[in-house]
Ligand binder design. Sequence first.
Ligand code: F6R
Length: 612
Amino acid sequence: MCGIVGYIGKEQAAPILLDGLSRLEYRGYDSAGIAVCTAGGFLQVAKSKGRLQVLSDKIGGGEDVRGTIGIGHTRWATHGEPNDVNSHPHLSQDEKIAVIHNGIIENYVEIKEFLIAEGVRFVSETDTEVVAQLLAFYYNECGDFFEAVGRVLRRIEGAYALGMMCADHPDMIITARKDAPLLLGFGDGANYIASDATALLPYTRDVVYMEDGEIAVLTRESITIYNAMQQVIEKEHSHIDWEVSAAEKGGYAHFMFKEIMEQPEALRKAISPRLRGGRIVFDDVSLTARQLRHIERIYIVACGSSYHVGMVGKYNLERLMRKSVEVCLASEFRYSDPLVDDKTLVIVISQSGETLDTMAALREAKSLGARVLSIVNVVGSSIARESDDVLYTYAGPEIAVATTKAYSTQLAVLNMLGLYFADMLGSVSKEEYEAIVKGLEALPTQVEETLASCEDIQKFAASYFNHDSVFFIGRNLDYTLGLEGSLKLKEISYIHSEAYASGELKHGTISLIEQGTLVIALGTYGALFDKAMSNVVEVKSRGADVLALTTQSHRAEMEKTVENVLVVPDTHPVLQPSLGVVPLQLFAYYVALHRGCDIDKPRNLAKSVTVE
Ligand code: F6R
């Protein structure tokens, strides 16, 4: 989704803004722009549709726009098509105010009508231009930039992270937030704003996350933060410990491939600190055994791949804890009048920690009295901040739109949590507890082994990339694995793909299986292997071209029926999807590569979905 960067300091602003925006490119965008305030108090704006490079070329890499204060934006079109005019920053009619905005101003039509009646001429179709024009209107009325911002914020409704500059104040950026991510970066003689810490990695690690209703005034020397009542407040600073290199490709052709390869290391970081002397230790969970016993209902709430992690979690947590677990898509949860009260635990899963639907579900759950525990990758993100307990996944920045290492670390942490809770409840035997812990210890190395044997996957991808429809089938945990395999494939290769619980085939889907249909049959769940095999025979006898995935111990059996077989090491059944997902990620990657797709930035998709 849209990205925001702002800089005020002693260096030329434009190259810093372009660099910051380039670090946000992964979020997805369709146009980009910057506004720089010249020393003479003149707002110079450059913007263009398409890739950031187009904008950069237009302004000589930033050299042609001179000034040491500026704001920059990558736009993901919501109101008005992607074109030069609709891209941000937007200027007021008198060219005194420049605004960048993430989010949606819901009452923009009414304000636009009001301003048109006042003689204001609009040039774009966006909701954001309304903010720039309204700000200029109030500024002309009161002559005070900060006061005018306050008036605007009281008038607009909706979601926003705003960066605002005024030509009369070439030494100040004002920023404000409501329901859209925004952070402040503290530098030496320079200060920053950004929608995402990744943008600031080379410049500062010292940040403050803004909360809803807060406003900040940035000068070169200081940042003053105000609450919604416009009282000055002090906020805790956070330190970003991500390496700059973690957000760069480092010789890999694609971030997605790099991140797939980073999984062993990411898993080590997620698992090792929480395993001590053969026991799972969650210093970061404050929920006590007494409180847990009091919990009558558990929901797991998330979107997309994070939801698929939740699907695996449902099977595993129920198995280990012997408590019923509901998995809900965040976008459905909040409109479904969920059965949530103070005896409910809601586990929220999100890589970005900013997904709007998930955030809204969290708030709904909290307002109904639930306790919220979140599993989040981005430290200090909104979901993390609003949860009662947070378990970070420590996967480092994930840049490719299609998640891989975040999925894997979320899954490891959720499985660990299930086992930890099961131990608290006394619902897991000592033997099983120890077997899963052993499996967790071995997991990063087993993922490494799986990654090292990827030649077969390349070969299969080369022979299957021309299919236009694929079915993933599996039972129990293999079904949940299929959901993720199918999403990975469709989102980056644009091949139509569906995941089915094998037992459902004969209730409808099997009518779609004909000569040559590609079926990816998942047979890694040992307990139901024989049943999975009958489904393989079923689709084969209708002409399906089957690619199977199974474990070492079932390889020979699978090869009796299927020629093309991918194999992963054996582990404890609850951890098997953590290995099974790796070949499916690679398969999707290589298929997309053969099809010439834009792997890191698939069409129509954004990394962090901050609109409903
Ligand atoms: C798919 C993918 C998305 C995200 C979903 C939730 O590869 O990345 O489906 O999983 O948008 O995002 P987070 O986890 O940031 O809430």
